[in-house]
Design a protein around this ligand. Sequence first.
Ligand SMILES: Cc1cc2nc3c(=O)[nH]c(=O)nc-3n(C[C@H](O)[C@H](O)[C@H](O)COP(=O)(O)OP(=O)(O)OC[C@H]3O[C@@H](n4cnc5c(N)ncnc54)[C@H](O)[C@@H]3O)c2cc1C
Length: 467
Amino acid sequence: MDPVIVVGGGLSGLSAAHSVLEHGGKVVLLDKKPALGGNSVKASSGINGAGTQSQTRLNISDSSQSFYDDTLKSAGSEHARPNLITALTSNSASAIEWLINNFGVDLSLVSMLGGHSTPRTHRGTGGAPGWAITSALMKRLVAEEAKSEKRANILKNAKVVKLLQTGDKVTGVEYEDGQGQKVKLAGSVLIATGGFGADFSPAGLIATHRADLMQLPTVNGDHATGDGHVLVTSLPSRSGVLIDMNQVQVHPTGFIDPAQPDAKTKFLAAEALRGVGGLLLKNDGSRFVDEMEKRDLVTAKMWEVIQNGQGPVRLVLGVQAATELKSHCDFYLSKGLMKKFANLQELAESMQVSLTDLHATFTSHKSYALGQEKDPFGKTHFHNSDINIEEPFLVALITPVVHYTMGGVLVDEQAHVLDASGKPIPGLYASGEVIGGVHGKNRLGGSSLLEAVVFGRIAGEMAARSQ
Ligand SMILES: Cc1cc2nc3c(=O)[nH]c(=O)nc-3n(C[C@H](O)[C@H](O)[C@H](O)COP(=O)(O)OP(=O)(O)OC[C@H]3O[C@@H](n4cnc5c(N)ncnc54)[C@H](O)[C@@H]3O)c2cc1C
């Protein structure tokens, strides 16, 4: 029996590899980097699930229908693909339980991110959720590889450069090993190479589809060069197709590191920072947006502020919000990405604004939270809004950054790669950020780790069943 060849060792490739094993197959997982993990290990806010045990324990009422509705709204009617959204949202609770029950991942905390109608973004009490989830799956795959039956094999420094095709059927890959040797491997192929959010080469995918973003910084690792997009569309016989390639998510909150303000690659200020009550302020200390809005809208408002000379934009957390995300904030402080001010007076001096004006921003925000007045920006979800001005504040300078690529390989809800006529290409599957159309024009926070797991599991099962 030929193995399923999984290309890419981020969360989606790892989920797919475990799914192949669970369904009785053999798997070889290749990654071009010396270490597995991709962008998945960087994920800092969490993973969505609707109707999970963690939500029940916290008395959060949610349903896959409500998650579907939020996702559809965010995707926009022009771009939404109901079959893919249904696959994502209806499998979300089982994906979370799979991570908890099969891999022992702690996903006991649930928070609310922008664009969601209820708290459904799961994380644990420890460090970054992307690392916690992905490393648990990595460790387990290494343990599977060590077993005597040899059903799992991991190849690092193995860059897949070509897909092999016999007739219409994809029959294997060619990869370059660490010594630059070309090696052929036979098997059905599952592409999980991630997005193209770091492909700034002059003839690359960003230049081709969103030249206007070429000057922006990115939070993507340098592996995110759209290799899978190119592999799937370069098949000698029947090729895959790409959709929604101009739909690139620009995240509003990349950290500007004061030590290297012009760095092309930036750290992401987790969306969860706004979820726990972080406010976005112009240079005069006033707010300009509902911080809990969807990313595309917050980014658009930030551009207006920056272009009107009202920047830099600051992300400001009071002590309660910072305590709720303590491990994140400790990390950002240690990296010099956030700065601590002893009290509001100190922050006002640093921003060169009057304490009275800055104080008014927080007192108004509190009155909106208490329902005494209506927020002029339409904010309805408030958290940790009772700020004591004598307590410390954590503050970061932030800028929009290339974050996630919504466009990608056309698949059906069973993760088959489709050709231009909508027919599956035999022997070829794809999952994770490389696939297009799941999120339409705007991805909701927490839905990409979920996409990686849900479609990885489906693709792995489909590929194993066809072995
Ligand atoms: C800073 C940051 C924070 C984020 N936070 C969140 C969050 O909190 N919640 C959320 O849902 N999403 C978040 N995201 C998005 C999410 O992390 C990614 O979209 C998701 O992890 C993608 O998973 P993946 O497995 O598809 O790709 P990746 O994790 O990027 O893995 C792709 C892998 O494929 C390998 N590869 C690529 N090309 C080849 C090739 N030719 N041959 C062999 N191997 C190859 C790469 O080396 C890499 O290891 C965040 C993203 C970033 C950048």
